[in-house]
Design a protein around this ligand. Structure first.
Ligand code: GLN
Length: 484
């Protein structure tokens, strides 16, 4: 892995790679010995795990790919980093991202774009914002990686790089020490080349953390477990297909991969059922009101006095104007506007209502009730159980764009921003509802030599997403594994 980090410097997956030699090497050797003696500390003992650079590490800088955190070294580890190290894992460096997690292509980084190099050498978008983590995993520069997923930032890069990206139920994995983007949506996600490596990492991180006020308590974890123990892929599952995801803009490749996945599940004895999630079409707009609103308030603290690197002429506007990149500034403006007295009712409040509708849509199709739903909601009949176990749909409407198309001056930065927002259309609904979701790579079969249909998409990979009811993280992973 580490040799690959040295070789693949040009991919720009890492902002801070680990040094060629160092204490970490001894830790890997010790773990190897433990494995030989059959007493490994955990499934990730001695494994190299890359960490997105918006997750605090004591031994390496944390930049969030931003000028405003130019000289920031955290005095502590995020809980997730501590948990991994206690389990014997070794931090494999800090990965590149869209500044503060805002973006869908990992191009809004002070350290330059992440490169997702195709078989023919062409440079594609790595997806964002956890594009560095995705490329580090895909290029075997680490065993697995942590990212963050607020509106799709782990699932979208997974889809673009042919890796597995898992976003847990909101509150399952600690966010203490993770730099906040939009607190009501932020989750720590896991990326790996297979679902089983993702599961290895989840087994370490799936714990209550008293430092994180949104961490699900132990008693709620027990309640969730008791509700879901009866469900597994050993029984035929009812697979929901959300009809609103079948949009005209879906690329033929993605549509084929979706159909192929459904056919595979059917061949394994599961049944397919169309379902409707009517609020889906408003989810993207609601997300792009709510996330910037929370971001604008989170980023207010970076003023060069309380937090952040001061500019040479240290006024508030100079510090923020030079410290933040263009996309972050755009989000701050959007968020400040939608929270202003005149706009609040028409934007922020409406978006909160749409969020509630999106949550109710999901509750109406799953055959289990949301284990943490307020009792009032249940009484009001909003969470009347539907009849599907999981939903299967694409992760993103199209294959990755070429980097040159995103960064060329002719595209213009605001139109490329809009393009990026649209690519989140299938990932934000699960984020608004706090549900577990995984993106797995599905490869289209090579056409048989005897077939007359020459299929130009054969052998290509597209990301397919599995979404489950809150707390059904294990089931979501099991179904993902069936599709891999
Ligand atoms: N692309 C989305 C955004 O820019 C999602 C980002 C994320 O999940 N961190 O907000």
């Amino acid at each position: 892995c580490i040799a690959n980090q040295q070789v693949h410097r040009g991919l720009n997956a890492f902002i801070t790679p680990i040094p060629r030699a160092g204490q970490w090497l001894d830790r890997v050797k010790e773990a190897d010995q433990r494995r030989e003696q059959g007493n490994s500390k955990s499934p990730v003992d001695g494994r190299l795990i890359a960490i997105k650079d918006n997750i605090c590490t004591r031994d390496l800088p944390t930049t969030c790919a931003s000028g405003i955190l130019d000289k920031f070294n955290s005095p502590f580890n995020a809980t997730v980093v501590g948990q991994l190290e206690d389990a014997g894992a070794v931090v494999a460096g800090k990965t590149n991202l869209d500044e503060f997690g805002m973006g869908s292509n990992s191009i809004y980084s002070r350290f330059g774009p992440v490169k997702n190099v195709g078989r023919d050498g062409q440079e594609f978008s790595a997806g964002g914002s956890s594009g560095g983590s995705a490329v580090a995993v895909a290029a075997e520069q680490c065993y697995a990686a942590l990212g963050t997923d607020t509106g799709g930032s782990v699932r979208l890069p997974a889809a673009y790089t042919g890796t597995v990206g898992f976003k847990p139920s909101y509150g399952l994995i600690s966010r203490w020490g993770v730099v906040a983007y939009a607190n009501s949506l932020d989750t720590v996600g896991i990326m790996g080349r297979t679902t089983s490596s993702v599961r290895d990492v989840l087994s370490i991180l799936n714990r209550y953390d008293e430092h994180d006020p949104t961490s699900v308590s132990n008693s709620s974890r027990r309640r969730i477990l008791s509700q879901i123990t009866s469900r597994s892929i050993s029984k035929p599952l009812r697979i929901g297909v959300p009809i609103e995801y079948n949009i005209a803009e879906l690329s033929p490749l993605v549509r084929k991969a979706w159909l192929r996945s459904l056919a595979d599940l059917q061949a394994q004895g599961h049944t397919i059922h169309p379902v409707s999630l009517p609020a889906t079409k408003h989810a993207l707009s609601a997300y792009y009101v709510l996330a910037p609103a929370e971001a604008s308030s989170n980023l207010a603290k970076y003023d060069g006095v309380r937090y952040g690197t001061q500019s040479e002429d240290p006024t508030y506007s100079n510090t923020r104007g030079s410290g933040f990149g263009s996309e972050v500034q755009r989000r701050i403006l959007l968020g400040t506007f939608s929270l202003s007295a005149d706009a609040m009712d028409n934007y922020f409040i409406q978006a909160q209502r749409v969020r509630r509708l999106v949550q109710q849509d999901f509750n109406a199709v799953f055959n289990t009730t949301h284990p943490l739903a307020a009792i009032n909601d249940r009484d009001a009949g909003h969470s009347k159980p539907g009849d599907v176990d999981v939903l299967v749909c694409p992760t993103v409407p199209s294959p990755p764009p070429l980097l040159s198309d995103l960064t060329s001056p002719s595209t213009g930065s605001s139109s490329s921003s809009l393009y990026a927002y649209v690519s989140d259309v299938f990932t934000v609904p699960a984020s608004l509802a706090g549900l577990p979701a995984i993106s797995v790579p599905v490869t289209l079969a090579e056409s048989s030599p005897n077939s007359n249909n020459s299929d130009s998409d054969a052998g290509q990979v597209a990301g397919i997403q599995v979404i489950g009811q809150y707390g059904d993280d294990e089931l979501v992973m099991q179904v993902g594994e069936l599709l891999e």
